[in-house]
Every structure is written in structure tokens, then in C-alpha cells.
Design a protein. Sequence first.
Length: 310
Amino acid sequence: MEKELEILKQQREFLEAQKQIGTEEFNQHYREVFGVPCLDFVDSIVINLPESCYSNCEYCIDSYLRKNSMDSKKFLEVCEKVFKEFPNTKNVAITGGTLNSTDFNNLVYLIKDYFPNSYINWNTNGVLINSEYLDGISRINHINLHRNSINEVENAKVFKTNKPILTIEEAKKLFGDKLCLRVTIDKTFDFDEYINAGVPLYLNRLLPGTKETDEVFRNTIRKLNISDDIDKRRRNVYLTANYNDIPVRVCIGDKLATHVPNRRPTFLNVAIIHRSGIVCGSWFEDDKVLYNPNIQLEKESSASKLTLNK
């Protein structure tokens, strides 16, 4: 009964969506993704890498997902299934944990095989990253190196890891002009220290923040020479600016992701491959679920048993 009510609810949502966007656009985007009916507006795929990120930053929004992780070989198989499902993909973001260099390079090859003209963005904290990743790096457009402090010793303390971390100077040599420092603005953030590194910045607002962190964020915005280039996407707003001739991109992040368990994906704006292999239209594994490898394996196993019984 509950499932039937959910289906009826989505049917009503589809009718409402058809009124909003018009019948022609509705028909253009309506299809089944992995057998799930939705309005497919996807041109971006987010890949949360399955191996450990090795860090334990207190504010990390991804920390609860670390419990569910898939074998890297099987994970690449899931990625390929997703790539086949979304042929219009233009942007791919690699984030989350990490992958050993061989599988990472193979993942980047796979992305470029399916989407040769795609823009690949990699978010990494630089833990255990070295020259063995160069094959993949050469095919990536942009790399955000996550920093909590410009001071390497302090940064390691916040990361809470004893693994080797790529320094900013090492990253400059390895990544070249693809490098950008990704920094979450907390109460200790010192804008001028980061500017002195001579690397473009990608600044995130800390969410949820405090009075102190919000004030530091506002003071940072006041210092910027903000251009007219304002990019509004999904739940975030991005500002393009510069400070002392260093390019700065700011994610305003004025909304937190809404978690609605068991929600059906009426509007699908992004496909997120979780490190568990579960594919959703949401940052949460139980929200807007499109593909669950565990359920799929159960179906395949049942089908195999039926075939054997014949």
C-alpha cells in the first residue's frame, strides 16, 4: 500500500511538472533511468571514490558515507553502467575518498572514452597522491586541492592523518596550472596567507556555520572584486572574483542539502555515484535512488536460479 501511494504521489508530481515546463519539454526529458521514471536533466555526474580519503575533518559532510564502500574493480563497473545511461554528460566531478593510482587512471580513461569533450574536475586532499597519478592528471581539466591551513603542519593536524600529504609546492609541480586551493572558511581563515601562495582559490562557506565563521565569510566577500559572473546551479550560488590579481571562486552555499528518505526522482538534475555503488540524484544514499548494485545482484541471482530450475 505504501509503495502504491508513493507511485500515485509521483504521478501527481509529474502532472504538476508538465504544467510547469510545458508538454513539449516534459516529453523531451521524460524517460526511465535504470528502470526508474524521471525527468532527466542530467549533464553532470559526481563520483565519490570508494577507497579511504584517510582524513577525518570534523566538519566533513561525507563522513557518514564512509561506512559503505565498494571494491574498486566493481566500482569501475558501476561507473561504466552510469556513463552508458547518461550520454549527454558534459561535466564530471571526482570527489569523496580516493583510488589507487592504477584504478584512478583507468577511471579517467573511462570517462574520456564515453565523454571525450567532458570537463573533469577532481577534488582531492592530496593524501598519498604522487607522480603515479600523472596519466589521469594529464586528462583532467581542473584540480581542487583541499586545504584547512596554509601551514602544512597545521593542515595535517586538522586532517588527522599520519599518511603523506601532498604539499602545496609539490602540488604546483604535479598539477601545474590545473591547481586550485579549495578552502572551507572557518574562524581561523586568513585570506592574505592563502593569496600569498600564488594559486587560484575556491572558497566554501562552512555549513552549518557559527556567528564567528559567518562573520569571517562576510569579511572575505567584502574584500573581493566580484564580477558580474554569477553562476546559479541547483542549491548553490557561485561568485567569480579576484583579489590581488589571484582568481577566486566562491561557493555561497546558502542552502543545505534536503534529505528526503525514499523520495522518487521526479526531477533529476545530477547523477551521484556513491562509494557504495548506489547511484542517486541526491547526496544521500536513500534519496532519489536510481541504481542499487546489491538489489541488482539479488535480481540477477534470482533470475539465474529460475533458469537453472527450468
